[in-house]
Write a protein that binds this ligand. Structure first.
Ligand code: CP3
Length: 344
């Protein structure tokens, strides 16, 4: 049996499409009433992530509603520290909390050989999804990039400036490198397991890449991503990899060149003409403002049209510049997809 053509994969291989494939970061989530109902049934957010039947269900919800070209596995970037033995909690209105790891000595509490029980639950979700999804819907597996995951592990949660991780990296680069190396290895293992379970494409989220100056960006963002890409390509040469180095700005082109990623997810602040320039060497993805999706209406339609037009004839995946926010009216998402697919 021949493999079905998946438009999003073709695009990642460099083939422009008349209508760009579309999916949205955080397409499963609180803006959907059916997500809120399933999460309540699961107990909490983490119970949902580790329940393969319900995690698969919330992954499928936005596919049923909108027919996106890709589904993204429902999980979280912080399952990696959780599986390593740094227990994670999510509290209403407070976001994630972990007990912080601040020194090389404390790294010993992380157990890279003990991730299997939790990772297996995620792999089971992937396997169910590949069975249940329409054949022409791409399944995206993901993880957080080592730098971004480290910022949460070191601060013990979210922070506005990532000061704790930056401080450690300046004070004790060798010690911080040990954390980054550990995360790089575990993340490769985790993504490789997702591919073996059925993921077609991988995305690496580096939400806080933009908080580093150039030399640190090279060491903590580009270098670990490059290593992950080369290890993953050695195992799975046909699986495209998208990176989201949010805030990379002027360093984006170099990041793409040095890491060898197949796709670059561009944040909202990336100018459209810069995206068109980047699309000469890589597939680009993005970058509608998530708040324009909240506003909807003619303003949203106009921006959808201008992105589509500016990137026509280039390898381009339509997406947001960051994740969907909870106050998004679900009907605006439907309107966006219709607008994009309408051939004008
Ligand atoms: O639909 C999808 O995109 C797939 C699932 C997914 C989630 N998180 C589910 C989630 C993905 C790909 C992520 C990535 C993620 N998680 C990132 C990187 C991308 C980004 O948005 O910058 C980061 C930094 C995290 C860490 C995280 N998870 C935080 C800081 C929070 C709290 C903030 C919030 O939005 O509540 C989460 C929670 C989270 N992850 C939710 C979802 C649907 C909301 C949880 C809920 O139901 O209450």
């Amino acid at each position: 049996m021949s493999k079905p053509t998946r438009k999003l994969i073709e695009t990642l291989k460099g083939k422009p499409q008349a209508v760009p494939p579309v999916w949205l970061m955080r397409q499963a989530g609180r803006y959907l009433p059916e997500y809120r109902a399933t999460r309540a049934k699961a107990g909490g957010f983490l119970d949902l992530c580790y329940n393969p039947a319900l995690a698969a269900e919330v992954t499928l919800q936005p596919i049923r509603r909108y027919g996106f070209d890709a589904a993204i596995l429902f999980a979280d970037i912080l399952l990696v520290p959780d599986a390593l033995g740094q227990p994670l909690g999510f509290y209403e209105g407070e976001g994630p909390k972990l007990s912080p790891i601040r020194s090389t000595a404390e790294l010993a509490s992380l157990k890279p050989d003990a991730t299997r029980p939790k990772f297996s639950l995620v792999f089971e979700t992937v396997a169910r999804l590949r069975q249940d999804l329409p054949h022409d819907t791409t399944l995206i597996g993901f993880c957080g990039a080592p730098w971004t995951v480290a910022t949460y592990m070191v601060a013990g949660g979210g922070s506005s400036d990532q000061a704790d991780a930056r401080g450690w990296a300046y004070r004790d680069p060798a010690g911080f490198q040990a954390l980054i190396d550990l995360l790089t290895d575990v993340s490769v293992d985790y993504l490789s397991g997702q591919v073996q379970a059925g993921a077609d494409v991988l995305q690496i989220f580096d939400t806080w890449a933009g908080s580093l100056p150039d030399t640190e960006f090279a060491r903590w963002v580009t270098a670990p991503t490059k290593l992950m890409v080369s290890k993953l390509k050695a195992k799975h040469p046909d699986v495209p990899i998208i990176a989201f180095p949010r805030g990379a700005g002027q360093q984006a082109a170099r990041f793409v060149r040095e890491t060898g990623v197949d796709g670059l997810s561009c944040d909202t602040s990336t100018p459209v003409d810069a995206m068109a320039g980047l699309a000469a060497t890589t597939c680009v993805q993005g970058n509608l403002d998530p708040l324009l999706l909240v506003a909807g209406g003619d303003a949203m339609d106009a921006r959808v049209d201008s992105l589509k037009q500016a990137l026509a004839g280039r390898p381009y995946i339509f997406n947001l510049g960051h994740g969907i926010v909870p106050q998004t009216p679900p009907e605006n998402v439907g309107r966006l997809v219709d607008r994009l697919r309408k051939t004008a």
